[in-house]
Design a protein around this ligand. Structure first.
Ligand SMILES: Cc1cc2nc3c(=O)[nH]c(=O)nc-3n(C[C@H](O)[C@H](O)[C@H](O)COP(=O)(O)OP(=O)(O)OC[C@H]3O[C@@H](n4cnc5c(N)ncnc54)[C@H](O)[C@@H]3O)c2cc1C
Length: 381
C-alpha cells in the first residue's frame, strides 16, 4: 500500500490552513468560551472555498473531489479547532452525504447546490434520548396521510440542530426492531412542526452546536423521502461507514495539532538548564505520539482508498475511527503533560485539544461499538 500525497492534496491542505489561520484561529477561544457556532464562517468563507461540498460533483455545486482531499480538509481544520472540524465533517458526510448517495436527481438539484456552497447548513438526525448505540429501537415516527408524511418525536445530540436549514431525519415507518421499518426524510427549516430544542452545554467541541430537534405533527411531502420507504436504517448504516472516516480524520487533526504544539514547546521550554526535549522521558513521549499518529493516518488513508474505489470498507473505517480517536485522546493527554502547568491553562492550545478529543471516541459510534463492528466482520470471514 502506498499513499503518496498528491499535488492537489498539498494545495488543498495549504489553502485550508491559510483560511483557518486567518478566519478561525483569532476567534476560536471566544467561540469555545461562548459556545458560538460560527455560521458566518461557514457561509462566507468555507462554502465559497469548496469545503462544504468536498465530495459533491461540480454539476451539483460541489468541489467534486475524493476522500483523500476530504481527509486533508478535515485534518487541517481540526489541527486548529476540533469543534469547527466536527461541524465541517458533519455537514459534509452526514446531511450532504446522505442526500448525495441516496437522493434522486431532482432532489440532488434541489438541495445539494445550497448545501455545497454554504448557503444552507445541514443536520443529520438519527440519535434519540433513549436510542444512541441502539438506533433500531428509535421512537420517532412518520405516518402516511395522503401524499404527505407526518413526523412526530424527538432527536437529540444533533449537530446544527438549531442553525441548520435542512435536516435529514431517520424515522420509524414500520414495526419496532424491523430493520426495514425506517425511512429517511429531508425536512426544511420553516416547515411547521419542526422545532429546535435544548442546546447542550458541552465539555469540548463547544463551537459545534449540538441540540435537540423536535417534530410535532410535522408534515413533509412524499417528494422529501430519500430512496425508498423502509430503507432508512440501511442508508444510515452506510452513511456511518463513510462518517467514520470523517471522525478518523477529525481525530487525526486533533492528534497532529496536539503533537505539533508539543514538539514546539519541548524545544522551547527549559528546565534544569536545558530544553525539556533533551529529557528522554519527554522525547520518548514525542516518539510514541509520532508513531501512533502515523499508524492512525495509514488506517484512515486505507479506508479512504477503499471508499474512493467504491469498495466495502465497514471493517476498515471502523478500525480507522476506533484507533485514531483513541490516539487523539491519548496524544492530547500527553500534550498537556508535556506542557506541565501551562498545558492546564487556556493560554496554550493543548487543553482544548484534550477537551475536544473525547468526543471522537463517542460520536458516530462509540469505541465499544466500533469493536463490535470490527469483531463481527472478523468473525464472519
Ligand atoms: C457532540 C456530539 C455530536 C453528535 N452529533 C450527532 C448528530 O449530528 N446526529 C446524530 O444522530 N447523533 C449525533 N450524536 C450522537 C452520538 O452518535 C451518540 O452519542 C453515540 O452514538 C452514543 O450514543 P449514546 O450517547 O446514547 O450512548 P449509549 O448508546 O447509551 O452508550 C453508553 C455506553 O454504553 C456502551 N454500549 C452501548 N451499547 C453497547 C454494546 N452493545 N456493547 C458494548 N457497549 C455498549 C457505549 O459504548 C457507551 O460507553 C452526537 C453526539 C455528541 C456527543
Amino acid at each position: 500500500m502506498e499513499f503518496a500525497t498528491t499535488e492537489s492534496q498539498t494545495m488543498i491542505a495549504q489553502a485550508v490552513r491559510d483560511l483557518c489561520e486567518r478566519e478561525l484561529r483569532p476567534n476560536l477561544m471566544d467561540w469555545d468560551e461562548s459556545q458560538h457556532f460560527p455560521k458566518d464562517l461557514f457561509r462566507n468563507h468555507f462554502g465559497p472555498a469548496g469545503m462544504l461540498g468536498v465530495l459533491v460533483p461540480e454539476e451539483y455545486g460541489g468541489a467534486g473531489l475524493g476522500y483523500f482531499e476530504y481527509i486533508s480538509t478535515i485534518v487541517e481544520v481540526a489541527k486548529i479547532c476540533g469543534s469547527v472540524g466536527l461541524s465541517v465533517a458533519a455537514h459534509n458526510s452526514l446531511c450532504t452525504g446522505h442526500i448525495l448517495y441516496f437522493a434522486n436527481d431532482e432532489q440532488k438539484r434541489r438541495w445539494l447546490p445550497k448545501l455545497a456552497t454554504g448557503e444552507w447548513i445541514g443536520a443529520w438526525a438519527l440519535t434519540e434520548p433513549n436510542t444512541g448505540s441502539d438506533a433500531m429501537r428509535m421512537k420517532c415516527t412518520a405516518r402516511k396521510e395522503g401524499s404527505e408524511w407526518v413526523l412526530n418525536g424527538t432527536k437529540c445530540w444533533i449537530t446544527h440542530g438549531i442553525s441548520s436549514d435542512a435536516v435529514v431525519v431517520i424515522a420509524r415507518t414500520g414495526e419496532l426492531l424491523d430493520s426495514k421499518g425506517m425511512t429517511a426524510f429531508v425536512v426544511e427549516r420553516g416547515t411547521p412542526g419542526l422545532k429546535a430544542g435544548k442546546k447542550e452545554n458541552k465539555l469540548g467541541m463547544r463551537a459545534s452546536e449540538t441540540a435537540e430537534v423536535i417534530f410535532e405533527e410535522c408534515r413533509v411531502p412524499e417528494a422529501n423521502v430519500l430512496g425508498n420507504v423502509g430503507e432508512g436504517f440501511q442508508q444510515a448504516m452506510k452513511i456511518l461507514d463513510g462518517g467514520r472516516i470523517s471522525i478518523a480524520a477529525l481525530s487525526l487533526g486533533i492528534a497532529k495539532g496536539a503533537y505539533e504544539a508539543s514538539v514546539k514547546y519541548a524545544k522551547e521550554r527549559e528546565q534544569f538548564g536545558q530544553p525539556i526535549a533533551n529529557f528522554q522521558a519527554i522525547a520518548f513521549k514525542l516518539a510514541d505520539m509520532a508513531t501512533r499518529i502515523e499508524a492512525a493516518e495509514l488506517l484512515t488513508l486505507q479506508a479512504a482508498d477503499l471508499k474512493n474505489r467504491g469498495k466495502k470498507m465497514t471493517k476498515e473505517s471502523a478500525m480507522a475511527k476506533y484507533y485514531a480517536s483513541e490516539v487523539a485522546v491519548w496524544a492530547s493527554n500527553e500534550a498537556v503533560q508535556i506542557h506541565g502547568g501551562y498545558g492546564y491553562t487556556k493560554d496554550f492550545p493543548v487543553e482544548k485539544f484534550y477537551r475536544d478529543s473525547k468526543l471522537c471516541t463517542i460520536g458516530e459510534g462509540t469505541s465499544e461499538i466500533q469493536k463490535l463492528v470490527i469483531s463481527r466482520q472478523v468473525l464472519k470471514g
